[in-house]
Design a protein around this ligand. Structure first.
Ligand SMILES: Cc1cc2nc3c(=O)[nH]c(=O)nc-3n(C[C@H](O)[C@H](O)[C@H](O)COP(=O)(O)OP(=O)(O)OC[C@H]3O[C@@H](n4cnc5c(N)ncnc54)[C@H](O)[C@@H]3O)c2cc1C
Length: 459
């Protein structure tokens, strides 16, 4: 585990590169003051429009706060749309299928046609949405319904923060307008990697070895056949033996989206996702491994004879990186004992799903998931609140939890539930003129209950 290092700026010099000084970088137009930086003021800034961030932005805007959502992709949805993962894990109890997260997560699932808005159970405890492109459209529509209260900037990278004392004063964005300064009253970090929290000086943990990264991809014109999974696995074992594939898991070869099209999860790339160079290496390795799998199946599995590589999703998926050290650190013991918290704002229920950095042939993990399956558990508000900053909340997979607890809280629906709570809390803090760090989590819980949000741990 690496304790929060300071966040120095990096300088890369390559042999033969021209080294620019500040003077040579200043364009004449900029020097003459012709290109002032754009400044945006907002009540709430949500950084990252994935599972947590989409819910946070909707919740804050619906509660009346002027909200700006910033996302580096050209669409929202995070892992669901940029890594193509259709699973709504964490929505329901594994055995009874009782829905334990309602609010925005259930709204998104029902609007995707999977269940009714008032459903109390789902057919499968881990339902999938039928189409990840339509999920982009759904989020676009819900954002637009908020009108001017919710502004959205896609293709926009959050790249720096400026803090004074214990507050974030401004956040720097980079997009087609150049560098943009945002002056928010409250910031919600839903970047998955706690980018904002780390850059603003909040303490965090990141293990030296984190869970592997996975690129998802789809292969079309595949003939469904008995024993297909076993044949695919055998082909990958052989490919690995020939040195064509460093690691893989499963593989999951699933006819999820169409009758002759398989969706694959099986790529496994060990990497450090908060290191830009290593992340780039992982992207290339992920693509190479996906294509190596395709070639192995074309060669060895008759069902793939006429198949073609349809597409890989744009980004390799990151399961784990920084976790903030918050006012409360949710532990594995809290989960396994289903400990109750007065300031519970969300319910989790997924097993402690920790992928190892090695090949596993019988699924994603090399342990029995049933043995690390908690009953529905509480997630306290304080696990969204960093210790050092008063106007920042952190929701989604980078909230404050031990590595073991995070292995469960990281799933899609649990992240949405935390995001919704953060959005509600941000709007409440603005109304009550207090900092989010000083808000009473019990009141956030009550506000969530009034709008049909969680927690639903015991209901
Ligand atoms: C390969 C893979 C498979 C998984 N399988 C499952 C599964 O089957 N079921 C399940 O429930 N969960 C699964 N998970 C876990 C789960 O999907 C994620 O942990 C979950 O998406 C967490 O939600 P989030 O909002 O915290 O992060 P994300 O959904 O990743 O959202 C973070 C968003 O922030 C944006 N962002 C990041 N940095 C910046 C920045 N600096 N500026 C602007 N935008 C930024 C990203 O583009 C992204 O849209 C899987 C994860 C991976 C990687």
């Amino acid at each position: 585990m690496t304790p929060s290092p300071p966040h120095p700026r990096r300088t890369f010099l390559q042999t033969g590169a021209v080294v620019a000084t500040a003077a040579t970088l200043t364009s004449p137009a900029r020097a003459a003051g012709a290109a002032p930086r754009r400044v945006i003021e907002t009540d709430v800034l949500v950084c990252g429009g994935g599972c947590a961030g989409s819910a946070a932005a909707l919740a804050a805007a619906r509660a009346g706060a002027s909200t700006l959502l910033v996302e580096k992709a050209p669409f929202a949805g995070g892992i669901i749309t940029s890594v193509g993962l259709p699973y709504f894990d964490g929505i329901a109890h594994i055995d009874t299928h009782r829905i334990v997260v309602r609010g925005i997560a259930l709204e998104l699932l029902s609007q995707s046609g999977v269940c009714t808005p008032d459903a109390t159970t789902v057919e499968r405890h881990n339902p999938t949405i039928p189409n990840t492109f339509e999920f982009k459209l759904l989020l676009d529509r819900l954002f637009r319904e908020q009108g001017d209260r919710l502004r959205v900037l896609f293709n926009t990278m959050v790249c720096d923060t400026q803090a004074a004392g214990h507050r974030i004063e401004s956040v720097t964005l980079a997009n087609k307008d150049g560098l943009v300064t945002v002056k928010p009253k409250v910031v919600i970090d839903c970047s998955g990697d706690a980018d904002v929290a780390a850059w603003a000086g909040a303490s965090y943990e990141q293990n030296a070895e984190v869970q592997p990264l996975t690129l998802h991809f789809r292969i079309a014109n595949v003939k469904p056949a008995p024993g297909l999974s076993a044949a695919c696995k055998a082909a990958l074992v052989a490919a690995q033996g020939r040195g064509e594939l460093p690691h893989f898991y499963g593989p999951g070869v699933m006819f999820l989206f169409g009758k002759d099209e398989v969706y694959i999860h099986g790529v496994r790339v060990p990497a450090n996702p908060t290191d830009a160079a290593d992340l780039s290496r992982a992207e290339m390795q992920g693509r190479a491994d996906a294509h190596a799998m395709f070639r192995a199946w074309k060669r060895d599995v008759p069902a793939f004879q006429d198949a073609y590589f349809q597409e890989a999703y744009p980004w390799i998926g990151v399961r784990e990186s920084r976790r903030i050290l918050g006012q409360y650190i949710l532990t594995e013991a809290d989960l396994m004992q289903a400990r109750r918290f007065d300031d519970a704002i969300a319910t989790g229920c997924w097993y402690l799903d920790l992928h190892p950095n090695k090949t596993t042939l019988n699924g994603a993990n090399d342990f029995d998931p049933k043995k690390v399956q908690p009953e529905p558990y509480d997630i306290p508000y304080r696990s969204l609140v960093p210790r050092e900053l008063t106007n920042l909340l952190v929701a989604g997979r980078c909230h404050s939890a031990t590595r073991g607890a995070h292995a469960s809280t990281r799933v899609t629906v649990t992240a949405m539930a935390m995001g919704e709570a953060a959005g509600v809390a941000a709007a409440m803090a603005l109304r009550e003129r207090v900092e989010v760090a000083a808000l009473d989590g019990v009141k956030v819980r009550e506000a969530l209950a009034q709008i049909g949000g969680g927690p639903f741990t015991d209901v």
